[in-house]
Design a protein. Structure first.
Lengths: 281, 294
């Protein structure tokens, strides 16, 4: 008979640990990482505010945006999901395997599933809360930028820099980091896999934005133009009527992807990950 | 007698290589068990399976008669201190206490704090700054404060010097005496465990060689000096080791039926000798198998 980890029927009558106790334990364990994440996002927001103060350049004849500041802004915004995914998501469970502390953590009375579910929840709440700071600074930046003329709202850089997209994107890269970290059970290979995933995700988002906008425009106008031309034509029109609908569709898709990756993380945890079979305890 | 751990034909393989095979054990409630075997014998694998960290490849294992390892009930009733006491090195001792308290239904905070104070371990120090012995004591304290029915210790003495070993064992025995918990602790040496254990599981090459109380093991093993071939007629004995001499050979035998022991003129031997004989036998079998493969 093969042994399994499935719960027996008596488990439902067992005393349960209160959720607030588990959350407290997680805060005790993760306080440094949560603080560093807060500090990073706070500094990021401060820098974006500072950049926005220096964004507008005025001459006697013209008002324009400083292209270097714009570049820094984009780099800062794009770094958020990458940093959260790589430095918070990947080590979350993979360091437990690397240091052997999973033997301590996964033999506590709370049970590994409940612990992992709760730590996921705690981090998702904190990332969402801290991202509000970033969202507010990005909004402020765009408000300032509009003084120099309308923003190209459909261009990929602006589209994903929007808070509606950047928050779910950050959550997705975080969950992807946890997934690859759990799968690889090592930090460095987990980081490498997450970088690859984020690059593919960025590429996928860009292609799907172009394709979906082109498809939408073709359906709207009934034109038979080349899809790429249709997309760039729509970008040039700067039509904001359908922007929110598109942003919400992308945000929802990212949320579904996060859910799949979270379930994948639990599955990887159950199966022991890719390297587990090679590990000799 | 109720058993705290029982397994039938338990096996665990890694990439097709068996680390544990045909492991059938039955440990009674309240026993203090020494799980002994050389390095790589399968002790950690067995403890990991009992702790619910590894699934068995084949066979069945139950705790407290009907509890599956890794289930919530087993996690609440079993404490496990893994090899080298893996604790969070950057965490302070008091945070480790808080963490363990918040992740368990039962945790005796007062006991933990009193014990750590008695051991003169500062609560504000980071675990990574403590000595190996102190880290082992912190891990043991956290495990015992959960008041488990079964305490699993994987090579807890390996990182300790002789004085710390004595202290660790005496602290452990005090805790065992004041509670009703069963303890299984693994080691590659029987010497120190003999004084504190009342049950022995000997694992060699992934196979269980002995699983019984120390008294029964010592009682059932005898040394006999006789002419070669003289023991061949006895069907109720198993020759564990034979040392050939010029006229007489010395045999370590296991008497299958204790009542028939009087038929042979023999004398008792120490537990250490018995364990060493089993280890040597396993080594010889392994060497023989290797030469057959070649």
């Amino acid at each position: 008979m093969n042994s399994t980890f499935h719960a027996d029927a008596s488990q439902q009558y067992l005393p349960q640990i209160r959720l607030r106790n588990v959350v407290f334990g997680i805060l005790v364990k993760e306080k440094t990482r949560i603080f560093l994440m807060f500090a990073y996002l706070f500094m990021n927001s401060v820098v974006i505010y500072w950049l926005s103060a220096n964004l507008i350049e005025k001459t006697i004849y013209n008002i324009y945006t400083n292209p270097t500041i714009l570049l820094y802004f984009r780099l800062l915004v794009i770094s958020i999901p990458l940093i959260i995914g790589l430095l918070i998501g990947v080590p979350l469970l993979s360091t437990e395997y690397e240091s052997g502390t999973y033997r301590f953590l996964f033999t506590q009375g709370v049970g590994r599933w409940r612990f992992v579910r709760t730590i996921f929840g705690v981090y998702l709440v904190f990332i969402s809360l801290f991202s509000v700071m970033t969202a507010s600074s990005i909004n402020h930046f765009f408000t300032i930028q509009q003084q120099a003329g309308p923003i190209q709202i459909w261009s990929f850089g602006v589209f994903i820099s929007n808070p509606i997209i950047i928050i779910p994107l950050t959550l997705t890269t975080f969950v992807a980091g946890v997934f690859f970290g759990t799968l690889m059970q090592r930090v460095i290979p987990g980081i490498a896999a997450t970088i690859l995933f984020v690059l593919m995700l960025a590429l996928g988002l860009q292609v799907s934005l172009e394709k979906s906008v082109a498809f939408f425009v073709q359906r709207l106008n009934g034109s038979q133009r080349d899809p790429l031309l249709a997309y760039y034509g729509f970008v040039a029109s700067n039509d904001s009527r359908y922007l929110f609908r598109f942003q919400m569709t992308f945000a929802l898709s990212l949320a579904i992807l996060s859910l799949i990756l979270a379930l994948g993380s639990l599955r990887a945890l159950n199966s022991g990950g890719l390297l587990h079979r090679k590990l000799r305890p | 007698m109720l058993s705290v751990v029982s397994s039938t034909n338990l096996a665990k393989s890694y990439q097709g290589k068996l680390a544990l095979k045909d492991c059938t054990i039955d440990v009674p409630v309240g026993a203090v068990v020494a799980l002994v075997g050389p390095n790589g014998a399968g002790k950690t694998t067995l403890l990991d399976i009992v702790a619910g960290l590894l699934p068995a490849t084949f066979g069945d294992v139950r705790l407290f008669e009907n509890v599956i390892p890794g289930s919530l009930e087993s996690l609440q009733r079993v404490s496990f201190v893994a090899q080298n006491s893996p604790l969070y090195q950057n965490m302070t001792v008091i945070d480790a206490v808080r963490l363990t308290e918040s992740l368990n239904v039962i945790f005796d905070r007062e006991y933990a704090l009193t014990r750590l104070q008695k051991l003169q371990i500062s609560l504000k120090r980071r675990i990574g700054k403590l000595s190996g012995g102190q880290q082992a004591q912190v891990a043991l304290t956290l495990a015992i404060a959960r008041h488990p029915d079964l305490l699993l210790l994987d090579e807890p003495l390996s990182s300790l010097d002789s004085l710390a070993r004595q202290q660790f064992l005496s602290e452990l025995m005090t805790s065992v005496a004041t509670t009703s918990m069963s303890v299984i602790f693994s080691s590659h040496s029987i010497y120190e465990l003999e004084k504190v254990c009342d049950y022995l599981i000997l694992v060699v090459g992934g196979e269980v060689q002995l699983c019984d109380s120390l008294d029964r093991i010592v009682e059932s093993h005898r040394m006999i000096a006789c002419a070669p071939g003289e023991l061949d007629d006895y069907s109720d004995i198993e020759i564990i080791e034979r040392k050939l001499g010029t006229r007489f050979s010395t045999h370590l035998i296991k008497v299958k039926n204790l009542l028939s022991r009087s038929a042979l003129e023999s004398h008792p031997t120490s537990l250490e000798n018995i364990v060493l004989a089993y280890l040597r036998r396993a080594q010889e079998v392994e060497a023989l198998n290797a030469s057959v493969k070649l």
